[in-house]
Design a binder for this molecule. Structure first.
Ligand code: TYM
Length: 340
């Protein structure tokens, strides 16, 4: 008998973004933009990972609001909640449950080696909680629950994807082929958008305002921030991330957003000065963000509909996630459930 191909037969994508602040141009270029580009060819699962955000102290009302805002941003970039699964991590309890189980197949040493763990410990020295250490295990649970093939992420999350693969392979070696082993999808250009003020560091939503462009920034703010972006003093426009991180960062942003090759941009801009580079980048960013901002405002004007979409998608996600979770529980020997 022939079966009709369904959406579920496409390879699976999973990715997530923390609701720890309003998103930046880095989140857009490194992740969100690719979420949309990949949507038609994959069975996509896009999550607002609110449990991860608890690793750093949050103001409760603000965190609740941000979960909705990030879900609205997902839809504002064009993701279709009837095609892709868009939901909040804490609404699907399988994520926390699988994370607990997987932590028994993850070694302390490998968690302590994670760069993000070390960075966060340095940044939040007053609150080095156990969740900062086990953060990648929850991330592994997110990904592995959906039998994910591909994970679109920025370069800073590569190490977390590697440990996810290690955990999955370790588990599979013990219990058979329980998990699909996922690959990272990291864009060739723009996988690490840098801070506008300290171009040796990545652009981050937890840094001061002037260091990043926010997805919802007004045109005048975008112009001001880019005008003040740190470059260098030799006046030469060329792509050389090591020696000219500021200029190379602006060129990367421009290249991703226009689709023009680096060579073409450098040829066009050479001899024109940093002022021109900054103006062009600013106008290009404003143009890319304008439709997202308009759509975001439309979606946020009807929060009841947004909430209903998230509720419905969390139910659909739970069904899928529980298939994997039930299998894992059985394999490790947890007591069978009456319904199983
Ligand atoms: P988060 O919330 O820090 O960032 C979300 C996504 O944006 C990418 N990104 C960047 N890309 C390029 N340049 C930048 N400056 C930049 N800043 C952020 C991140 O690489 C990421 O892809 N741990 C994850 C969230 C997560 C997750 C997952 C991701 C939890 N579970 C499962 C994928 C799969 C994080 O903190 O991302």
């Amino acid at each position: 008998m022939q079966t009709q191909p369904t959406v579920e037969h496409k390879p699976v994508i999973f990715s997530g973004i923390q609701p720890s602040g309003m998103l930046t141009l880095g989140n857009y270029i490194g992740a969100l933009r690719n979420f949309k580009l990949l949507e038609d060819d994959y069975d996509c699962v896009y999550c607002v990972v609110d449990l991860h955000t608890l690793t750093v102290r949050q103001e409760a009302a603000q965190l609740r609001r941000r979960c909705l805002e990030i879900a609205a941003i997902y839809m504002a970039v064009g993701l279709d909640p009837d095609k892709s699964l868009i939901f909040c991590q804490s609404h699907v309890s399988a994520h926390a449950e699988l994370s607990w189980i997987l932590s028994k197949y993850t070694y302390l040493g490998e968690l302590q080696r994670m760069t993000q763990y070390k960075d966060k410990c340095a940044k939040h020295a007053d609150n080095i909680n156990a969740g900062l250490l086990t953060y990648p295990v929850l991330m592994a649970a997110d990904i592995l629950l959906y039998q994910t093939h591909l994970v679109p992420i920025g370069a800073d999350q590569k190490q977390h994807l590697e440990i996810t693969r290690d955990i999955a392979q370790r588990f599979n070696a013990l219990y058979g082929d329980v998990f699909t082993i996922p690959d990272a999808y990291i864009g060739k250009v723009g996988s690490r958008v840098m801070s506008l003020q300290e171009p040796a560091r990545k652009m981050s939503k937890s840094d001061p305002e002037e260091t990043y462009v926010g997805i919802l920034d007004k045109p005048e703010d975008i112009r001001r921030k880019l005008k003040r972006a740190v470059t260098d003093s030799d006046g030469d426009i060329r792509f050389d991330p090591e020696n000219k991180p500021g200029v190379s960062n602006l060129l990367s942003i421009l290249s991703v957003l226009t689709g023009d090759s680096m060579d073409k941009l450098v040829n066009e801009l050479s001899g024109k000065g940093y002022g021109e580079l900054k103006t062009r980048t600013a106008e290009c960013v404003i143009e890319a963000l304008a439709p997202i901002q308009a759509e975001y405002a439309r979606i946020m004007a009807d929060k009841a509909t947004l909430q209903a979409i998230l509720d419905r998608n969390a139910e659909r996600a739970s069904v899928r996630a529980n298939r994997t979770l039930d299998k894992v529980k059985h394999k490790v020997g947890l007591a069978p459930h009456g319904k199983a």
